[in-house]
Design a protein around this ligand. Structure first.
Ligand code: FES
Length: 324
């Protein structure tokens, strides 16, 4: 898998818990281009691989900007970035990937950001405002002080933004049912934020047309009960076969391994980060076979041809043919 070396050019404390990071190539050369909604995966020295959405204008060719929320009870990636990384450090990253694209089918674009979820939506704003497209940002945060990129949002979106500060109680924030009660003609919504907001927004837009609600997860949106049910389901997993269409090889995926792990065992690299089915990185096209989709990112249309190989498995008695 190709990787990039990124040098930390600037770090700025945006709020008490959010830092902005600006990366350049070590020689300040152009970086691989990206489209709005894209992310990079940073390979951290503590062994973690973490995905971070790019927030800057995709027309910029020589820098990537992201912002990271310090999560004290997270896996450690954000703590490492906040506490260990300094200006001038070099990090290894994958080139930008995009699983949260702007829809070409939309004539109106509505953004819903919760906290750090503003990052990909800011990049989308740059792209759409430059094209004179109809867009509006709903941006939810705890307070003015805890709102990252506030001035940038005001300058970019002009009148086409609404801030909501709930003081830490979602009941005092945006009324999602009201906001999304009717779907304007041609409108698509893009949602990025914490699980609570995301689940509530998906519920509030459940009557919107298929394919018009897009979301990006920064963590699993599953409840503890759903996670317990997943664990119980995994107890009953069996072995199955995958076929790699390009080499004709057939591999067995044992009950206690994922497809991703079996691919690694056979020196086949697939992009990955969360290994829990919510980040979208490990998506692979498949050509045939019954798939037991267990991810949180693919919609029904995607699932006809795509599989998240870190978590999904074959249905009983099925063999999956991957386009690898
Ligand atoms: S690695 Fe995140 S969905 Fe598979």
């Amino acid at each position: 898998m190709d990787t990039l070396t990124l040098k930390v050019q600037e770090i700025e404390q945006l709020t008490s818990s959010i830092k902005k990071f600006v990366f350049q190539a070590p020689n300040a050369a152009d970086l691989p281009s990206f489209s709005a909604g894209a992310h990079i995966d940073l390979q951290l020295e503590n062994g973690l691989i973490k995905s971070y959405s790019l927030a800057n204008d995709p027309s910029e060719t020589n820098r990537y900007v992201t912002a990271i929320l310090r999560e004290a009870d997270g896996a450690g990636g954000s703590i490492y970035m906040h506490d260990e990384v300094s200006v001038g450090d070099e990090l290894t990253a994958t080139p930008p990937q995009n699983s949260f694209e702007i829809s070409d089918d939309a004539s109106q674009h509505i953004f819903l950001a919760g906290g750090i979820g503003i990052t990909p939506l800011l990049a989308m704003g740059y792209t759409l405002v430059a094209k004179g497209k109809d867009c509006h940002l709903h941006y939810c945060s705890k307070s003015v002080e805890e709102t990252a990129f506030m001035d940038e949002v005001k300058a970019l979106f002009g009148d086409n933004h609404t801030f909501y500060h709930d003081g830490g109680n979602p009941a005092n924030g945006i009324d999602l049912t009201e906001t999304f009660s009717a779907q304007p003609d041609g409108a698509h919504v893009y949602i990025c934020g914490p699980a609570g907001l995301l689940n509530a927004a998906r519920e509030a837009t459940s009557h919107w047309r298929d394919g018009s609600v897009h979301f990006e997860l920064f963590s699993s949106a599953k409840t503890e009960e759903e996670k317990a049910a997943d664990a119980a389901q995994a107890e009953g997993d069996g072995a199955f076969e995958i076929e790699l269409a390009q080499s004709g090889k057939t591999l067995t995926v044992p009950a206690d391994k994922s497809i991703l792990q079996v691919l690694w065992d056979n020196d086949i690299e697939v992009l990955h980060a969360c290994e829990e089915g919510w980040c979208g990185n490990c998506v692979v096209d498949y050509l045939s076979g019954g798939v037991d989709h267990r991810d949180e990112v693919l919609d029904d249309t995607d699932r006809e041809t795509k599989i998240q190989v870190c978590i999904s498995r074959a249905l009983p008695g099925e063999k999956i043919v991957l386009d690898l």
